[in-house]
Design a protein around this ligand. Sequence first.
Ligand code: FES
Length: 115
Amino acid sequence: MPLVTFSHPEHKIKTVYAVAGSHTETVLNLAKNHQIPIAFDCQDGECGTCLVKVSSLAKKDRMSGPPTEKERNLLKQLGKLTDEEISRILVDDLPPSWRLACQMIVRDEDILVEY
Ligand code: FES
């Protein structure tokens, strides 16, 4: 089972297990289920309130699945993703560090989520 560690400067670091291979569990849902206070509003990839920084704690370089077009567009609007980075994501299939917790699906990978 993947371990997801949530970190915030004003809250205790908390590590929780995620269900591997559910393909539906978002980082935000996981946080809510464990009373981790990630800010959110729309829960639909529209507002950017749930912006988080994600890094892989595994040896391999991947950070979950790549963002959808909707997530990429909002991350770009928020200044967290450039056109160059978007091209790299599409070509190399490498997800960016900045993600929307309500859109990012947890995969079978240990990650650090800074909120
Ligand atoms: S809660 Fe609005 S984009 Fe995630």
